[in-house]
Design a protein around this ligand. Structure first.
Ligand SMILES: Cc1cc2nc3c(=O)[nH]c(=O)nc-3n(C[C@H](O)[C@H](O)[C@H](O)COP(=O)(O)OP(=O)(O)OC[C@H]3O[C@@H](n4cnc5c(N)ncnc54)[C@H](O)[C@@H]3O)c2cc1C
Length: 226
């Protein structure tokens, strides 16, 4: 009898075969999986584990809702438990995916009419790539804070008039300094929605700056990684 099981999904629907580990810098990479029937809203995250391992971690989905792959963007944390194992995975290894989870993200109606400022530190750019790929006509500005210019992950995909890179450790970007320094210099329309994603220090500082600029807390949404 012919098997109905897809070759890229085995045993359990939450098991996915790694298609590719795509290195973006010396320590940042994307993990590409088959999309299969996995449905999510741009901005949401998954829980990812290695089959045979005993731990999992959360990752924002980096691919768009209609892309043929399910992809996450990961930075290898020095002395971290999970990310060094993930980086060493070879194509063909099985991972376990649960989700999608979270309320961070974009509603289709809002994407048509809203004005958005996306503020990301490091791999916190992941949900915004997913949103921009899903809603190519969206009115956004993306402010991305990293240490070095090479961490501008896949930045060629964004409209260069909408993407601002801030580098804190070298003068090789539109703004030399922390993204919070750049944010202080900006003026935004009163109806702007702000979405913030990344490490908690950046998010707390950015929240304070936006409050000082007079924006209400309900115009601001946050996703904290660590
Ligand atoms: C909702 C959510 C979404 C997330 N999405 C992403 C994502 O898209 N990409 C991503 O790379 N991470 C993301 N993370 C962080 C991720 O879940 C792990 O914490 C991270 O990959 C470290 O795992 P680890 O086992 O290697 O480190 P651990 O051994 O668990 O932790 C070691 C230390 O590293 C710190 N740490 C965690 N992440 C980083 C980082 N990026 N840079 C520096 N220090 C860090 C932690 O505070 C901890 O103290 C997300 C977290 C949450 C809660």
């Amino acid at each position: 009898m012919m098997s109905l099981m897809r070759p890229d999904l085995q045993m359990d629907e939450s098991f996915y075969k790694v298609e590719e580990i795509r290195m973006l810098t010396g320590n940042a990479f994307s993990v590409r999986l088959p999309k299969a029937r996995f449905a999510f809203k741009a901005g949401q995250h998954i829980s990812l584990g290695i089959v045979g391992g005993n731990q999992s971690r959360e990752y924002s989905i980096y691919s768009g809702e209609n892309d043929e792959h399910l992809e996450v963007l990961v930075k290898e944390v020095e002395n971290g438990y999970f990310t060094p194992q993930l980086r060493k995975l070879k194509a063909g290894r099985m991972v376990e995916v649960h989700g999608p989870f979270g309320k961070f993200g974009m509603e289709p109606e809002a994407a048509k009419t809203g004005k958005f400022v996306f503020i990301a530190s490091g791999t916190g750019i992941a949900p915004f790539r997913s949103i921009v790929r899903t809603y190519p006509g969206i009115d956004y500005q993306l402010i991305h804070g990293v240490r070095y210019a090479e961490e501008a992950y896949d930045s060629q995909e964004y409209d260069s008039n909408r993407y601002v890179l801030c580098t804190s450790r070298e003068n090789k970007a539109a703004y030399y300094g922390r993204l919070t320094g750049y944010l202080k210099t900006c003026t935004f329309a009163p109806e702007t929605h702000f979405d913030l994603c990344g490490n908690s220090n950046m998010i707390f500082d950015a929240l304070e700056i936006l409050r000082e600029k007079g924006f209400d807390r309900d115009q601001i949404h946050c996703e904290v990684y660590f």
